[in-house]
Design a protein around this ligand. Structure first.
Ligand code: UGA
Length: 433
């Protein structure tokens, strides 16, 4: 099939590349000429495992094209996916101006029947607005609007797209649904067919549920710390119940990233607008905030004064396997340490370049390796769950530190091993050793 993706960011570019990989002919559109020029030169603007190879192979095979022209893109595809940003507004609701703009642009250049698919994460009832908008600007044109939310995780986006748990297609027309089934025919995954509103809601409800699971275990971790229980054992014990499952029960310093904080706020905002406030989610947000504060308090309790302390922080990204530092709890943590006068040296396997662009960058040092980071440190904090942090030579880490104290905000390390190596070790939801 001929497909068009408008918006070549994380979601758009990865989706486009995966569609091309299964044999579709794809044109990716972006209004940023510099980004398109880069892509045409074979440079990938983001770090996502496996993506570069996929893009290069499919460009060479002639199945993946790039353009800055919406007109060319809309002309090209039978199905046009919208994958533009939906940023948050100060009150938590979603700024839908880019979706609205693309809807108008599509209406202005559409010359034949098109299926217009919303892939961006949007609040329920956005599809209705997109339909209204296109009708207003192209009253004589035939088209259908579809909601097809994406469930990819950064860091394993290619895998998630090639082998999805499920594909959700929300459409109110058989003609559009038939085309969408054809788009997804090459993917081996269960397809859930719904109306547009339900599909939009599934996305927000899924992300909120995952965030709720994280806040649940984080709230349990506070009780574990107060009572002397071990949250890792508790998570294992409850996770063995198939109805609960072990996934997303990793206690830590809280969830971050460009999706969860924004989507939970958006779900809260739309539920308020609809007159059915989702108060449970407000508690999820509160627990997430409190979790970092509790962690910082534990550090303060152990070190007494943070001012003038040399602190090494491993991790800048919001999770492992990405260079993304947006809404990263690791960054919030470093900001709080710096505000108390600590001298922070940070290391991250992929996130350093992005972090160097932050205002905070002038107030901290960046190390080139995990080991260099701990040189002369009076404490080490693990803020992101990168597997490479587990594989360090901790005897050498101890030798390089002034005082061997580790605060593990992601429970990456084994307390007993750390104790045997002579560290004072404090994880989340487990006793200090
Ligand atoms: C999330 C969802 O997992 C995807 O299904 C969804 O498609 C995506 O948002 C989106 O809306 O586009 P992502 O933001 O890439 O994906 O990150 P996750 O892997 O879900 O992690 C989110 C945060 O939760 C990270 O900060 C991570 O460190 C934290 N986390 C995750 C925990 O603290 N504990 C856990 O057990 C799991």
């Amino acid at each position: 099939m001929k497909l068009t993706i408008i918006g070549s960011g994380y979601v758009g570019l990865t989706t486009g590349a995966c569609f091309a990989e299964v044999g579709h002919h794809v044109m990716c559109v972006d209004n940023n000429p510099a980004k398109i020029e880069k892509l045409l030169r074979g440079e990938i603007p983001i770090y996502e495992p496996g993506l570069e190879e996929l893009v290069t192979n499919n460009v060479s095979a002639g199945r993946l094209k790039f353009t800055t022209s919406t007109e060319e893109g809309v002309e090209y595809g039978d199905v046009v996916f919208i994958a533009v940003p939906t940023p948050p507004q100060p009150d938590g609701s979603v700024d839908l101006r880019f979706i609205e703009k693309v809807a108008r642009e599509i209406a202005a250049v559409m010359k034949s029947y098109k299926v217009i698919v919303d892939k961006s994460t949007v609040p329920v009832k956005t599809g209705e607005k997109v339909t209204e908008t296109i009708k207003r600007y192209a009253p004589t044109m035939e088209f259908d609007v579809v909601s097809n939310p994406e469930f990819l995780r950064e860091g394993c986006a290619v895998e998630d797209l090639m082998k999805p748990d499920r594909i959700v297609i929300g459409a109110n027309s058989d003609r559009a649904m038939a085309l969408m089934q054809k788009v997804y025919a090459p993917f081996v995954a269960p397809v859930l067919v719904t109306d547009i509103n339900s599909a939009e809601l599934i996305k927000h409800a899924a992300n909120s549920f995952l965030a709720l699971k994280i806040s649940y275990i984080n709230a349990v971790s506070a009780i574990c710390e107060a009572s002397g229980a071990d949250v890792e054992k508790v998570a294992e014990g409850i996770g063995m119940d198939k109805r609960i499952g072990r996934h997303f029960l990793n206690a830590g310093i809280g969830y971050g990233g460009s999706c969860f904080p924004k989507d939970i706020a958006a779900f809260v905002a739309i539920s308020d607008q609809l007159g059915v406030p989702f108060t449970l989610l407000k508690e999820v947000q509160k627990i997430n905030k409190d979790q970092l504060q509790r962690f910082i308090k534990n550090i303060r309790d152990a070190l007494w004064v943070l001012g003038d302390k040399k602190i090494a922080v491993w991790g800048l990204t919001f999770k492992n396997n990405t260079d993304d530092i947006r809404s990263s709890v690791a960054i919030d943590l470093i900001e709080a340490l710096v505000a108390e006068g600590a001298h922070v040296t940070a290391y991250d396997p992929k996130g350093t370049e992005n972090a160097k662009g932050l205002p905070l960058a002038g107030q901290i040092k960046f190390a080139d390796s995990a080991m260099d980071c701990v040189d002369g440190a009076e404490a080490l904090i693990i803020a992101t769950e990168w597997p490479e942090f587990k594989q360090q030579d901790f005897a050498e880490v101890k030798r390089r530190m002034v005082a061997p104290i580790v605060f593990d905000g992601r429970n990456l390390l084994h307390p007993e091993t750390m104790k045997e190596l002579g560290f004072t070790y404090r994880g989340i939801g487990r006793a200090q050793v």
